[in-house]
Design a binder for this molecule. Structure first.
Ligand SMILES: *Cc1c(COP(=O)(O)O)cnc(C)c1O
Length: 394
């Protein structure tokens, strides 16, 4: 079996599992309790906060542990919106290919009277910093742009965008869920005010993540209750999950350069191989992309059939985001980079992991080539393309 869907979720590392199990067995107290067992859990929690903060250049008190990336995105955006409204600022800038945790939160705000500008991500899947600057208005309260895209892997110029926001005195949030532990991100150097991350995208457990919010930014509470997380997130802390996330973060960050080198080599090999398929195209910039991300469109086929046949051959991949698979709508990310519906339907995302091998890549290239050819053999769209009834786009 070849697991090539690491952008959807990753396997927990041994270190993360070990940390989690030992805490479940031994340090299961409530960090708010004053007796020793609770205080031990509190120590684990605060040590985790220090280590998470250190990994991204933040201060420990700037870290709020959440249930994952979606919650962190919601909290960051709703907080900036609430702060903005107090000063009559109701304009938010984002991009058309953000994760749904961002886009759906923005939709909700639009219904409440906020104005949202979605920037063009162009054909290469990249934001142009100057266009961020041009879009900023007197009443802009937030710019939220993801660090790396979950479908096509493109890496945004967040440092430039952050510098512009700082200069213009506008809050900058970045959904860094796909980037953390895979490429360097530093909230101080990159001028990031708020950052979202999720453990299960870097070999930690699901249901845990964090929001980093620069001190002085008053966060809106999504959950009312106790005073945990300095009153920014009520509910007894998931100490085993948080500690396991921290173990995974330290481990994966420690091997970041080595992993990136290995993955970039495999990624480029896979891209070169798949490019040989006629009427195919890589989605997103070839260089400014995550080390393990490959995303292609193949004209004349359905992504769903491709996935099922690859699964039969032991290859687990995706046609885009896990959230939209199962629906017939093409990916909003592929539409945002200008792919037309027919072409966007024939997409395939292979997101490699640290244990992917060259042999796996060769097998994937061979399998995708054969399956695409097979599917085209009885595709009515392909027949129309070949007979000239329809024109090729790719
Ligand atoms: C996975 C993902 C999320 C959601 O994180 P969860 O922890 O699953 O809620 C948000 N943004 C991006 C870019 C993601 O890839």
């Amino acid at each position: 079996m070849i697991y090539a869907d690491n952008a959807a979720t990753t396997k927990m590392s041994e270190a993360a599992i070990h940390t989690m199990v030992s805490l479940l067995n031994e340090t299961w107290g409530n960090p708010s309790s004053l007796y020793e067992h609770g205080q031990k859990a509190k120590e684990v929690l605060e040590k985790a906060r220090e280590e998470v903060a250190a990994a991204i250049g933040a201060e420990p008190r700037e870290i709020v542990f959440t249930s994952g990336g979606s919650e962190a995105d919601n909290q960051a955006i709703l907080s900036a919106a609430a702060l903005g409204k107090k000063n009559g600022k109701i304009h938010i800038i984002s991009s058309a290919f953000e994760h749904h945790a961002v886009l759906h939160t923005l939709n909700k705000l639009e219904k409440e009277g906020y104005e949202v500008t979605l920037l063009d991500v162009h054909e290469n899947g990249l934001i142009v910093p100057e266009e961020v600057e041009e879009a900023i208005r007197e009443d802009t309260c937030l710019v939220t742009i993801m660090t790396a895209n979950n479908e096509i892997g493109t890496i945004q110029p967040i440092r430039e965008i952050g510098a512009i926001c700082r200069k213009k005195n506008v809050l900058f949030h970045t959904d860094a869920v796909q980037a953390i532990a895979h490429i360097p991100v530093n909230v101080a150097d990159d001028h990031i005010d708020m950052l979202s991350a999720s453990a299960h995208k870097f070999h930690g457990p699901k249901g845990v993540g964090f929001l980093s919010a620069r001190k002085g930014i008053r966060l809106t509470n999504l959950i009312e209750g106790g005073a945990q997380e300095r009153g920014r997130r009520a509910g007894t802390e998931n100490v085993p999950g948080i500690a396991a996330m921290t173990a995974a973060l330290k481990e994966t960050c420690g091997k970041m350069a080595e992993n990136a080198e290995h993955l970039t080599k495999l990624r480029n090999m896979l891209i070169e191989g798949l490019k040989e398929i006629p009427h195919s195209a890589l989605n997103g910039d070839a260089e400014r992309r995550l080390p393990g991300n490959v995303n292609f469109c193949f004209e004349g086929i359905e992504g769903e059939s491709l996935l099922l046949l690859l699964d039969d051959r032991g290859i687990q991949a995706s046609s885009g985001s896990a959230c939209t698979s199962g629906s017939l709508d093409p990916s909003h990310v592929l539409l945002a980079i200008g792919r037309v519906h027919d072409v966007a339907h024939g997409s395939l995302r292979l997101s490699l992991g640290e244990d992917t091998t060259e042999e796996d890549v060769r097998y994937m290239i061979r399998s995708v080539k054969e399956v695409v050819e097979y599917l085209r053999g009885f595709s009515p769209i392909w027949r129309d393309l070949m007979s000239g009834k329809k024109e090729f786009i790719l």
